[in-house]
Design a binder for this molecule. Structure first.
Ligand code: URA
Length: 253
């Protein structure tokens, strides 16, 4: 049987961004924390940290935030940056402000350019992050690219060749799959995450990407009901979809 972790309430809430341990102690004394419907005033007490805690604990009348180990799916809008510290609008601004004070920190799993929209994952789980971005697991990233010029029909074979080189790189790109939708629109699935990869691939063919939107990561697609700027916390089944088709047992938790 796996051992259930316990934590002091003040440590747990502080790690979830609810303030310092003193702030949490004050909140507890004022009756702002409940567990199973009863006020929890002694925040130095230890409680089991079980996955049902957000359903059993409230803080200032609201359910407890998701525990550590969360994975967020966001529909990244245009014009926001995947960075903790750059100027301007950041993807983290779209999450509850309190989540910025969480430890471990929430980070994006890979990055999308400021002018790329679509499926972006964020997590505080470093192992999962590395499993998803590691080339070993071949997690496919599927992008819808809208192009300035019509495709000339040679791109699919070139991208699939495994011999296609980008400028200033010394290793060819892994084979990528291109599905042509129309003269100026295509779905491109890549397994690597090189800098501005999709834009550079089309640029190398003499074209230019006018709009780029990520639709899927592995078997996980961006749901239709998540509007740009919206997000949701994923469950274990959603997360397993990311690794669908990967036969490495270490990829699935
Ligand atoms: N490739 C790009 O060029 N930009 C992105 O944001 C993602 C992939």
């Amino acid at each position: 049987m796996s051992k259930v972790l316990t934590s002091r309430v003040d440590r747990l809430l502080s790690s979830l961004g609810y303030g310092s341990r003193n702030d949490v102690a004050r909140m507890g004394r004022a009756g702002g924390i409940t567990l199973d419907g009863a006020a929890l005033r002694d925040v130095t007490s230890r409680i089991p940290v079980t996955s049902d805690l957000p359903a059993r604990m409230t803080v200032r009348g609201e359910p407890l935030d998701p525990l550590a180990g969360l994975v967020i799916l966001m529909n990244k809008p245009l014009g926001v940056t995947c960075s903790h510290k750059e100027d301007g609008a950041l993807v983290y601004d779209l999450l509850p402000q309190r989540w910025r004070a969480r430890t471990p920190t929430i980070s994006t799993i890979g990055r999308l350019d400021r002018q790329t929209s679509g499926l972006l994952l964020l997590t505080d789980d470093g192992d999962l992050l590395h499993r998803i971005i590691s080339p070993k697991h071949h997690v496919t990233k599927t992008y819808r690219a809208t192009l300035v010029r019509p495709l000339d029909g040679t791109e699919a074979a070139l991208f699939a060749s495994g011999a296609f080189m980008l400028q200033n790189e010394d290793k060819p790109l892994a084979p990528a799959d291109l599905q042509v939708i129309s003269d100026t629109e295509a779905l491109l699935s890549v397994t690597e995450g090189r800098y501005h990869q999709v834009r550079r691939m089309f640029a190398a063919t003499g074209n230019h990407v006018a709009a780029l939107h990520r639709e899927a990561l592995g078997g996980l697609s961006l749901p239709d009901d998540i509007a740009p700027g919206q997000w949701k916390v994923l469950n274990a089944q959603d997360i397993a979809l990311i690794f669908q088709g990967d036969d490495d047992p270490a990829s699935v938790m």
